[in-house]
Design a protein around this ligand. Structure first.
Ligand code: SMO
Length: 768
C-alpha cells in the first residue's frame, strides 16, 4: 500500500511514547537548575494581611522567596486578557488584573501567594509550607447565581455585583414575540457541570535567563510555544517577544487548559533572571485540581417555540456562567463568542437569542475545555429538542429530521450569524441510526422487562452536534530537504498527544513521494523558521497547519522542478512529477527529488497559509444504556458515531481522536464534577479519590465511522476533528438515560448522572 493521505497508518510517535523515550518537560535537565514551589491560598476568599517568610527563608537550601511586593518592585505586570467584550448595556467589561501572585486579597482556593526557590524540590516544598499567611476570612461564593445575588460578598472592586460580563447575541424582544406566537413552548433548565481538565501530564515550566544576551528561555508544556511567548510578553515583562524563546517538548494532554498563560510560567522566568540559574516548577496533581483552568459551569434556562407542524420557530436561552476568581486569557470566550453562535445546532431556527451573565466566583479560573463553548451549545439544543419530541409524542429522530438544515440550503447562514458551508445532516443521522440498529432497539429494551427479564431499564439516545472549528487565522510551515535526503517539516501547531507527526509525515510523504521514514517533524519552538504559528486550539491543526504544509510542499516542489529542468536540460513545463521523481514524458530521462535536492545543495519551501472561514464538522452520536433501578448504576451497552469531517487524512488517528473525545464527554456526563463547599469555598473533589474520571471499564467499544461531505472553506476539504467526540457524547448519553427512565416520568436530570443522583431521581419518581 502506498503511504499516503486517507490510509490508516500507525502513529509514528507511538514507539517513543510506549517505550518511555518521549521527551517531556520533566525529562529535560539543565546544569545548575534549582526548584520552585508555590505557596497557595488555603482559603477561597479573604483579605491577605501578611505574608511572613522569615522562618522559611532561613531553611536549608532556600535561595529566595518572592511575593507580590517583589514583583511590583521589579515592574512585573499581569497576565493578558485576550477576549475583551462590551456589556450589552454598553461599556467595556471590567479587567481586574490577573497578577502572578495575590496581593491584598485572596479570591480562590489555591491562588498563588508566594514563590519559593530552593536547591531541591523537597526543600522548596518544605519552605513553602513554612511560609505563614495571615488572612481575614471572607464568605465565599462558588456559584454564579449566588455571586450575582444582591448583597453577595464582592470579589473585585472593579466589578460591581461580581458581574464580569453581561453579553447577548440576538434580540430578546423578537424572541419573546416569536415564542408568544408559537403553537407550543418547551422549557428546559440545565446545568452544564464544572469539570477539571485532568491532563495526564500536569503543567510545568522551566525558566532560563542568559545575563549576557539578556535573553529568556521558557520550557513549558503548552498548546503552542508562539502563543505562550506572545502572552508572556504582553504585559508581564513589558519586553518585545524577541527577548523570549519558548520551547514546548512532548506534551501529555492540553484540551484548552494549556492554551493559556499561567502565573508559574512568568514566575520561573522572573526567578531565573533574579537568581541567574535555571528555575524549574512542576505541578502536582493536587495543585492541578486547584489551579488549572476548569471548564463549562453553565447554568441555563431555555425555551423552544414550535409551530403546529412541529417546526422550530424560536429559541431563547438565558445562561449564568462563572469566570472564577481571576480572569483567564480567554475566560469569557466559551459562553459568548464560541457557544451562543452555535446555539441552533443543525436546525433551521429563524429567531435565536442567548443572554449570558458571567460572574466572578471564588473558585478556579474558567477557560476552554475540549470544545470550548460548542459542547455547551450542543448539549443544550440536543437536550431541548429531545424533550420537545417527548412532549409532542414524536420520535426524536423525526422531529430532528423535520427541522434540519437541508444540504440544498448550503451555504446556510444561521440566525446567529454563522455561515455553515456544507453538510448533509439528515443523511449522517440516518446512517448512524442504521449502524446503531435504532429500529431494533425496542426488542433490546424488552430484555429488561417481565418475569424473565434482567430488571434493567434500557434507553437509547441521540445527540447531533455541529461545531465551528479552525476559525479564521494564519499558520506557517517550512519544508526542508537536506543534501543527505532527510526531510524536515517545521510547523507551529502543537501536538499534545493527537498524532500530528503521523498526519504531517503522511501528507509530506504523499506530496513529495518520499519514504516516511526519512521525514522528521519539528514543532514546539519559537525559533522555528516559520512565518507564523497559532498553536493548537479549536481543532485547527490540520485545517490550518495542513493548509500551510500543503503550500510548503508545493513551494519546495516548484523550486525542485526548476532545478530538475536545468539538470535534465528541458523546459520545466515539460516535466512531470510522480512517485518522488521528475520525468520527461516519452523518454526514460528522470531525476529523483532527493537527487535534485542533493545537487542543489538542499531545498526549502515555506507555506504561509490563511484560513478565511470556519469549518463545520458535525455528526450523530447514538448511545444505548441499561440503568439498574436498584443502584442507579448505568452501563453503556452500545455506542455508535457517524461523523462528517469533510475528508479523512488518517482513519486510525481520527478514530483515536473520537474515542478520546467520547471518553471525556461521557466522563462529564456520567461521573465528573468539581464540587466546592458552598460556604467555605473549599474543594470537596480535590483528588481522583473524590473526582470520578472514566476508566476503560466504564466505556463500551465504540463504533465510529464517517460520511464525509467535503469542506468548501478549506483547500484540503477537511473539517477539524479534535474536539468533536466530546461535543456529541454528553447529549447522546443523557438523552439515553432519560429515555430509560421515562417510564417513571423523569424528563430532566443534570450531569453528572452518578449512581447516587440517578438512584435518588428514581426514588423521588416512585414516591411522586
Ligand atoms: S478547548 Mo481547545 O484547545 O479550543
Amino acid at each position: 500500500m502506498k503511504f499516503g493521505v486517507g490510509q490508516p497508518f500507525r502513529r509514528v510517535e507511538d514507539l517513543r511514547f510506549i517505550t518511555g523515550t518521549g521527551r517531556f518537560t520533566d525529562d529535560i535537565r539543565y546544569e545548575g537548575e534549582v526548584h520552585a514551589a508555590v505557596v497557595r491560598a488555603p482559603v477561597a476568599h479573604g483579605v491577605l494581611t501578611m505574608v511572613d517568610a522569615s522562618t522559611a527563608r532561613a531553611m536549608d537550601g532556600v535561595l529566595a522567596i518572592y511575593t507580590a511586593e517583589d514583583l511590583a518592585a521589579d515592574g512585573i505586570g499581569a497576565l493578558p486578557v485576550i477576549i475583551v467584550l462590551d456589556h450589552v448595556e454598553g461599556g467595556r467589561m471590567p479587567l481586574p488584573a490577573h497578577t502572578l501572585l495575590a496581593s491584598g486579597k485572596i479570591r480562590y482556593l489555591g491562588e498563588p501567594v508566594a514563590f519559593v526557590v530552593a536547591t531541591s524540590a523537597r526543600a522548596a516544598l518544605e519552605a513553602a509550607e513554612a511560609v505563614a499567611l495571615e488572612i481575614d476570612d471572607l464568605p465565599a461564593v462558588v456559584e454564579p447565581a449566588t455571586a450575582l445575588a444582591e448583597g453577595a460578598p464582592l470579589l473585585f472592586d472593579e466589578a460591581p455585583g461580581n458581574l464580569a460580563l453581561h453579553w447577548r447575541l440576538g434580540d430578546m424582544d423578537a424572541a419573546e414575540a416569536a415564542l408568544k406566537a408559537s403553537h407550543r413552548v418547551v422549557d428546559l433548565a440545565l446545568v452544564n457541570n464544572r469539570i477539571v481538565v485532568a491532563s495526564m501530564e500536569p503543567r510545568n515550566a522551566i525558566g532560563l535567563y542568559d545575563g549576557e544576551t539578556e535573553q529568556f528561555t521558557l520550557v513549558t508544556g503548552s498548546q503552542g510555544s508562539h502563543m505562550i511567548r506572545d502572552f508572556m510578553f504582553e504585559g508581564v515583562f513589558g519586553l518585545p517577544p524577541s527577548r523570549l524563546r519558548v520551547i514546548t517538548p512532548d506534551v501529555g494532554g492540553g484540551f484548552g487548559m494549556k492554551a493559556v498563560p499561567y502565573p508559574e510560567q512568568g514566575l520561573v522566568l522572573y526567578a531565573a533572571r533574579k537568581l541567574g540559574r535555571p528555575v524549574r516548577w512542576q505541578s502536582s496533581r493536587a495543585e492541578a485540581f486547584l489551579s488549572d483552568t476548569q471548564g463549562r459551569d453553565n447554568h441555563s434556562k431555555a425555551r423552544l417555540g414550535i409551530d403546529a407542524e412541529g417546526r422550530f420557530i424560536a429559541l431563547s436561552i438565558e445562561t449564568l456562567a462563572s469566570a472564577g476568581g481571576a480572569l483567564s486569557a480567554f475566560g469569557v470566550y466559551c459562553p459568548t463568542l464560541s457557544g451562543p453562535p452555535m446555539a441552533p445546532g443543525v436546525y433551521d431556527i429563524p429567531v435565536v437569542v442567548t443572554d449570558v451573565r458571567i460572574a466572578y466566583t471564588n473558585n478556579a479560573p474558567m477557560d476552554a475545555y475540549r470544545g470550548a463553548g460548542r459542547p455547551e451549545a450542543a448539549y443544550l439544543i440536543e437536550r431541548i429538542v429531545d424533550k420537545a419530541a417527548r412532549e409532542l409524542g414524536l420520535p426524536p429522530e423525526a422531529l430532528r429530521a423535520r427541522n434540519m438544515i437541508a444540504p440544498e440550503a448550503m451555504p446556510h447562514k444561521t440566525a446567529t450569524g454563522v455561515a455553515y458551508d456544507s453538510g448533509d445532516f439528515a443523511h449522517v443521522m440516518r446512517s448512524a441510526l442504521e449502524k446503531a440498529d435504532w429500529a431494533g432497539f425496542p426488542a433490546r429494551r424488552d430484555k429488561g422487562l417481565g418475569q424473565s427479564g434482567d430488571g434493567l431499564m434500557r434507553g437509547i439516545g441521540l445527540g447531533y452536534y455541529i461545531e465551528r472549528t479552525g476559525v479564521p487565522g494564519k499558520e506557517g510551515a517550512m519544508v526542508e530537504i537536506g543534501t543527505d535526503g532527510r526531510v524536515t517539516v517545521h510547523v507551529g501547531t502543537q501536538s499534545t498527544g493527537q498524532g500530528h507527526e503521523t498526519t504531517y509525515v503522511q501528507m509530506t510523504a504523499e506530496a513529495l513521494g518520499i519514504d516516511p521514514a526519512h521525514i522528521t517533524v519539528k514543532t514546539g519552538d519559537t525559533d522555528l523558521p516559520i512565518p507564523s504559528a497559532g498553536g493548537t486550539v479549536a481543532s485547527r491543526s490540520m485545517v490550518h497547519g495542513g493548509g500551510a504544509l500543503r503550500l510548503a510542499t508545493g513551494a519546495v516542489l516548484a523550486k525542485a522542478s526548476e532545478a530538475a529542468a536545468k539538470l535534465l536540460e528541458v523546459d520545466r513545463r515539460e516535466l512531470e512529477f510522480d512517485d518522488g521523481a521528475f520525468r520527461v514524458p516519452g523518454s526514460n530521462r528522470h531525476i529523483s527529488l532527493l537527487d535534485v535536492a542533493a545537487k542543489a545543495g538542499g531545498l526549502m519551501g515555506v507555506g504561509d497559509f490563511e484560513q478565511l472561514a470556519g469549518t463545520f464538522p458535525n455528526g450523530a452520536h447514538v448511545c444505548e444504556v441499561a440503568v439498574d433501578p436498584e443502584t442507579g448504576a448505568i452501563r453503556i451497552e452500545r455506542y455508535t458515531v457517524v461523523d462528517d469531517f469533510g475528508r479523512t487524512l488518517n482513519p486510525l488517528v481520527l478514530s483515536g481522536q473520537i474515542h478520546g473525545g467520547i471518553a471525556q464527554g461521557i466522563g462529564q456526563a456520567m461521573l465528573e464534577s468539581v464540587v466546592y463547599d458552598a460556604e467555605s469555598g473549599q474543594m470537596l473533589s480535590g483528588s481522583f479519590m473524590d473526582y470520578g474520571l472514566p476508566r476503560a471499564d466504564d466505556l463500551p467499544l465504540f463504533e465510529v465511522s464517517t460520511q464525509n461531505t467535503p469542506c468548501t472553506t478549506n483547500p484540503l476539504g477537511i473539517k477539524g476533528a479534535g474536539e468533536a467526540g466530546a461535543i456529541g457524547a454528553p447529549p447522546a448519553f443523557v438523552n439515553a438515560v432519560i429515555d430509560a427512565l421515562s417510564p417513571l416520568g423523569i424528563t430532566e436530570l443534570d450531569m453528572p448522572l452518578t449512581p447516587s443522583r440517578v438512584w435518588q431521581a428514581i426514588e423521588r419518581a416512585k414516591v411522586g
